[in-house]
Design a protein. Structure first.
Length: 290
């Protein structure tokens, strides 16, 4: 089993680096096609890829064995005269029957834990009435520190993207407000939280509103964003926003690169055209934090 999983990962690495889109025919590697098309569109290329896998758990019933494992990909990207590192972590589930791999698919996994939030009560809350100075460098530094791990001062969620971005903004000095009303303000405190802190759709509408504490201005294009700004995603284009990322850098075309949780990603291209959640109907909202 281990050999088959390693072989599957190695084939995927080879496809990423060789860029042979036409030779990729199975559904498992559809994500490879998406990523390669996106890089061609950006005039960028993957010059090196490496991955390391780790088995999380196994379940056996008769002759079937289900294996949950995680793969951490690192892509060395060249775009014109610039080279940078993009990283992505996939949680996957493989099914073996009679020790042969019959299915291998990406899953959204996450353990819902409840940790002590004592660090949440700190000096920024007192600034809600005074206004604040947003430290973009501190927000980006937090995003880089925690993109593939979890700060135990905050609750972790199976779908953790908006919670992660909220933490980044909070680390940048934006004060919480609205506690203890879950439908009001933007906060996480005393083992509780507002909808806007954790739910992508609520966060998107909160950013559009007029309120104390966190303030943002919607802009019309991703080029107008800076590191520390936020992008919201409606993958289906049905008016319900599903995902949130934070901008951590700009590429050589002046386009945002983002960090995110749930599918933990670092320096990922903002459009998510390489995501399995992507559809042609996708809608974006771009927010500059004021």
């Amino acid at each position: 089993m281990r050999r088959e999983l390693i072989s599957a990962i190695e084939k995927k690495i080879h496809a990423f680096v060789c860029g042979e889109i036409n030779n990729i025919k199975n559904e498992y590697d559809e994500s490879v096609k998406r990523k390669l098309r996106l890089f061609r569109k950006r005039n960028a290329e993957i010059v090196k890829c490496q991955a390391r896998g780790e088995v999380l758990c196994k379940h056996q019933v008769d002759r079937q064995i289900e294996v949950d494992y995680v793969v951490h990909y690192q892509f060395l990207i060249r775009q014109k005269d610039w080279i940078y590192l993009e990283e992505q972590v996939e949680e996957r589930r493989a099914l073996f029957e009679n020790h042969k791999l019959v299915r291998d698919q990406k899953v959204i996994a996450g353990e819902d834990i409840d940790e002590d939030n004592k660090r949440i009560e700190r000096e920024y809350e007192s600034k809600a009435k005074e206004g604040y100075q947003y430290d973009r460098f501190a927000a980006v530094r937090y995003a880089e520190t925690w993109w593939n791990s979890y700060n135990l001062a905050f609750k972790k969620f199976p779908v953790d993207c908006t919670n992660f971005v909220s933490q980044c903004l909070y680390a940048g000095g934006i004060p919480m407000s609205g506690y203890p009303n879950r439908a009001k303000g933007w906060w996480m405190k005393n083992h509780n939280w507002s909808y806007s802190w954790t739910v992508a759709h609520s966060f998107r509408w909160y950013l559009s509103g007029t309120h104390s504490g966190l303030k943002a201005m919607e802009v019309s294009s991703p080029e107008q964003l800076m590191p520390g700004d936020v992008i919201c995603y409606d993958f289906q284009g049905d008016g319900r926003f599903d995902h949130t990322t934070i901008v951590v850098a700009k590429d050589r075309q002046g386009m945002p690169l983002v960090n995110a949780h749930t599918t933990n990603s670092r320096m990922r291209y903002w459009s998510y055209e390489d995501s399995t959640a992507y559809t042609p109907n996708i809608q974006y909202k771009f927010f500059h934090i004021v």
